[in-house]
Design a protein around this ligand. Structure first.
Ligand code: ANZ
Ligand code: ZN
Length: 846
């Protein structure tokens, strides 16, 4: 064919790729490229296309470079939307999920992604979740899975418990958007806090992760080094234990604060304060954690009437309760140091509590009365025997002294909490546990796994989960003693399913264990992981945690699952919004007049701006429409060319067309060569050398750019090469032929269909993607001439072509041979010659 026609070639190529070769472990270096697997929502969106195009280019490229490449795909298939579909539309979650997977698998194939399909997994299939359950039991055996009654985040809309990570900064559910409430419930937790220190320290080994993600994880783990100090109180042998990061300020304590939920509150509140305290506790319970700690919100509290003793000063200090102290952090109690803590300063000011200076600024700028809290380090004052010490030394000495006296001890506190994994939901992996009246909590034995999800259930969307209503399923004999017992009816957080799927891919059809040690040790860690920044703390932290636990259980022998991480940017498109009402309009209700936009039929003026593609903004572009218009290769090139992968990508129809016509030009280049249509005018040696230089520059740049995620500049280099070829007079010379072959190979990872087609047109039997990446000839890169700028007394007078290898003396001779230069030097003495090699010569005359 003389014209590029993606609709003819893409289905043909895709059919051929159906039977991709089966991957074996072999002696080649391995390369594991992975995109975060999708949730089977029913349709691919542009964000998927971007994400998957990146790993597809990298994996095809690595294969051509001689690596044994694993590039798998699967489905993160448990989760709420399936259950909501069951409630709303009466379709079973399993069916809904299957249909969606079938549809999306078809779309992935239409995009030409080279996946190891024989390793495809879906986390909702018993063949997968059997092993999720087995791994849960590993955690149980390691003492890392436990039950605890706790105050949990309760989503009143989805009627379920949420992890902290699933509650956004405004205290709303990440899924339903409902304001999250607090509720007491008995739940399963995984002890991620046991690994807090290693998860933090090992961030230092992840040099090929984006700095931003590492910082987010560091903050999420939130390590604080400080001390626990005990303040005696009448009638309570344990006293009040506070956690502080500033033991050096202990002489500045003027009150203590308990979290309203603290169990001591009941016991120590004075009778005359009881009513006020109870009213305050009730009020705080209705506030979210975020509201409670928000900086720009007045802090509120009430005194309990109780008095504690500062063991260091012997001073009596009042005990308050306040909303800004959280029960779940530290000890749930704080020593109030208004002189040196901002929150305490505001609080003390509000309630007339004394403010004391105990840390002097090095420049003495913070004299009493303090006008603001001084929160920096300094020199201890008004601190008895510790006066004169600097803050770090003061901290150390005060903790030492407290330890000697039995008043407290040094302590490290993490913000990270244990991972709450129980969900009161049907469409998840059942927790393989049984409650026996005789034996207590009993794990389901390996040979009885999987604990399968019963298919026949009812979905009402109200109250307890469907499983908790299935008496027939719940009743089971205790695996230990045979007594009638009850199954756990909670299922696991779906983030558990995705915490090990990258391990399963190494050995996806293993029917005897989650994965063999040999397979994971060969394929893992993932060499290149690509996904959205929204997973910076959730999934990426859990996956690291799982890896470390399974390593400690002897199942793997590496410490980190993902060697190199790329977080791709969002895909944006024009959205039309009424600035007054913030209402979005679909493009078919928008009219353009003179460059301005108006809603139809009202005529309301609208603002047009690039925003993240979303249903609610009517600005999503369906990948399928691009596919049916331009084909997969154009769609792939566009998402890779338009912006560097970490950056936001702005949709542009014109740029999509631009990529399409580029492919059309490449097609012509190759076809004119194959058919002999391109004229073959004689060319000289220099011209041949110049074209070869262009070819090898492209080879060098495209490979280097792919390694550095610079797909956009790689594609630009291909365009440049194609232009050089088009302009070249000879259609059959050796350099031209070399260029045609290189162009096709270099393009193949980006646009695999046209790459495969053109390669075959060149008469090659082997698949282009199994061929070797073109070899770089360094010698071909050498520039033979350079452009030399000639200045006289710093002013540019001429530029000339000179041999690249010319010496300084030769350059001076060339310069003086220039007519333009001689006009400014004639009759003058040359005082000095300055040479910038490869670029410039400056003659200083006078
Ligand atoms: C006294 C003090 C004096 C404090 C001072 C700070 C400055 P990070 O770094 O986040 O760990 N705190 C302790 N437990 C708390 C809780 N449950 N709710 C709210 N605040 C709590 O913060 C540790 C500091 O936060 C602790 O050190 C404590 O206040 C407060 F000049 O103790 B500090
Ligand atoms: Zn039993």
């Amino acid at each position: 064919e003389t014209r590029y026609n993606p609709h003819a070639i893409e289905p043909r190529r895709q059919k051929q790729w159906e039977d991709a070769p089966h991957l074996e472990m072999d002696a080649r270096p391995k390369f594991y490229a992975l995109s975060m697997f999708p949730y089977p929502s029913g349709a691919l969106h542009m964000g998927h296309v971007r994400n998957y195009s990146i790993t597809d280019v990298i994996s095809r490229y690595k294969r051509m470079r001689g690596f044994n490449v694993l590039h798998p795909i699967g489905w993160d298939a448990f989760g709420l939307p399936a259950e909501n579909a069951a409630i709303d539309r009466g379709i079973h979650p399993a069916r809904w999920t299957e249909q969606n997977i079938a549809q999306m698998r078809d779309q992935l194939k239409r995009l030409g992604f080279a996946y190891a399909w024989e390793r495809e997994v879906a986390t909702c299939s018993p063949a997968y979740y059997r092993w999720t359950q087995k791994l849960f039991l590993e955690f149980w055996q390691a003492g890392l899975a436990y039950r605890k009654a706790g105050v949990v985040n309760w989503d009143p809309v989805d009627q379920t418990v949420l992890a902290n990570e699933q509650v956004d900064a405004e205290g709303r559910s990440w899924r339903s958007g409902a304001l999250v409430e607090k509720r007491p419930l008995e739940q399963w937790y995984l002890k991620i806090t046991d690994y807090a220190e290693e998860l933090l320290q090992a961030l230092g080994t992840l040099g090929e992760w984006p700095e931003r993600v590492r910082v987010m994880q560091e903050n999420w783990i939130g390590k604080s080094v400080g001390a626990e100090l005990r303040f005696p109180i009448d009638g309570e042998s344990e006293g009040i234990c506070v956690f502080t990061t500033r033991p050096d300020t202990v002489y500045g304590v003027t009150y203590l604060v308990l979290a309203p939920e603290h169990p001591l509150v009941e016991r120590i509140t004075a009778p005359e304060r009881r009513e006020a305290v109870q009213a305050f506790v009730a009020q705080v319970q209705s506030e979210s954690e975020i509201e409670r700690v928000s900086e720009d919100r007045p802090k509120q509290g009430v005194p309990t009437g109780a008095v504690a003793l500062n063991p260091f000063t012997g001073e009596a200090v009042p005990v308050w309760i306040a909303d800004y102290v959280l029960f779940e952090y530290g000890t749930g109690a704080v020593m109030g140091v208004p002189g040196h803590d901002e929150r305490d300063f505001v609080f003390a000011g509000q309630y007339g509590l004394p403010i004391r200076l105990v840390v002097q600024a090095p420049d003495g700028s913070n004299a009493e009365p303090l006008r603001a809290a001084y929160t920096e380090a300094g020199v201890l004052v008004n601190s008895g025997p510790f006066d004169g010490l600097d803050s770090p030394t003061g901290k150390r000495k005060i903790v030492e002294y407290a330890e000697q006296q039995g008043w407290g001890k040094g302590r490290v506190q993490y913000r990270l909490r244990d991972w709450l994994i129980s969900r009161q939901r049907y469409w998840g992996c059942p927790i393989p546990m049984v409650y026996c009246p005789a034996c207590g909590v009993v794990p389901v034995p390996d040979e009885q796994l999987p604990v399968a999800l019963p298919a026949d259930v009812e979905f009402s969307g109200r109250g307890p989960s469907p499983l908790a209503k299935l008496e027939g399923w719940i009743r089971v004999d205790c695996p230990q003693c045979g007594t009638p017992a009850r199954r756990e009816t909670d299922t696991m957080d779906t983030f558990i399913d995705s915490s090990w799927y990258f391990l399963r891919f190494a050995d996806a059809r293993n029917g005897a264990e989650p994965f063999s040690r040999e397979a994971v040790d060969y394929w893992l860690p993932v060499d290149q992981y690509v996904g959205g920044i929204e997973h910076a703390i959730l999934h990426l932290l859990y996956a690291r945690f799982f890896t470390k636990v399974l390593r400690d259980r002897g199942l793997l022998s590496f410490d980190e699952p993902f060697k190199r991480l790329l977080t791709q940017g969002m895909v944006l498109s024009d959205a039309f919004v009424d600035p007054a009402t913030k209402k979005y309009y679909p493009p078919d209700q928008v009219e353009e007049r003179g460059g301005a936009f108006f809603a139809r039929p009202e005529g309301t003026p609208l603002v047009c701006a690039m925003e993240k593609m979303s249903k609610s903004k009517y600005n999503g572009i369906d990948p399928l429409t691009v596919l049916s218009e331009y084909g997969a290769d154009t769609a792939r090139l566009f998402v890779l060319f338009k912006a560097p992968p970490e950056k936001e990508l702005e949709w542009s129809d014109a740029d999509v067309r631009g990529q399409y016509s580029f492919l059309g030009r490449v097609w012509r280049t190759v076809y004119e060569f194959v058919s002999g249509e391109k004229p073959d005018r004689p060319v000289g040696e220099t011209q041949e050398r110049d074209l070869r230089r262009e070819v090898h520059r492209a080879i060098q740049q495209v490979g280097g750019d792919i390694e550095q995620y610079k797909f956009n500049t790689a594609i630009a280099a291909l365009m440049k090469l194609n232009n050089a070829m088009a302009d070249y007079p000879s259609g059959q010379s050796p350099a031209y032929k070399e260029g045609v072959y290189a162009l096709v190979k270099l393009l193949a990872p980006f646009a695999p269909h046209i790459g495969a087609e053109l390669w075959q047109a060149l008469g090659e039997a082997e698949e282009v993607h199994s061929s070797q990446w073109p070899a770089l000839d360094e010698a071909a890169l050498v520039e033979e001439t350079i452009t030399l700028v000639i200045q006289v007394n710093g002013k540019k007078r001429d530029d000339i072509q000179v041999p690249a290898a010319a010496s300084a003396g030769e350059l001076q001779a060339f310069a003086l041979a220039s007519e333009a230069v001689r006009r400014h030097t004639d009759g003058k003495a040359i005082k000095k010659v300055i040479v910038v090699p490869g670029r410039l010569i400056n003659l200083v005359v006078g």
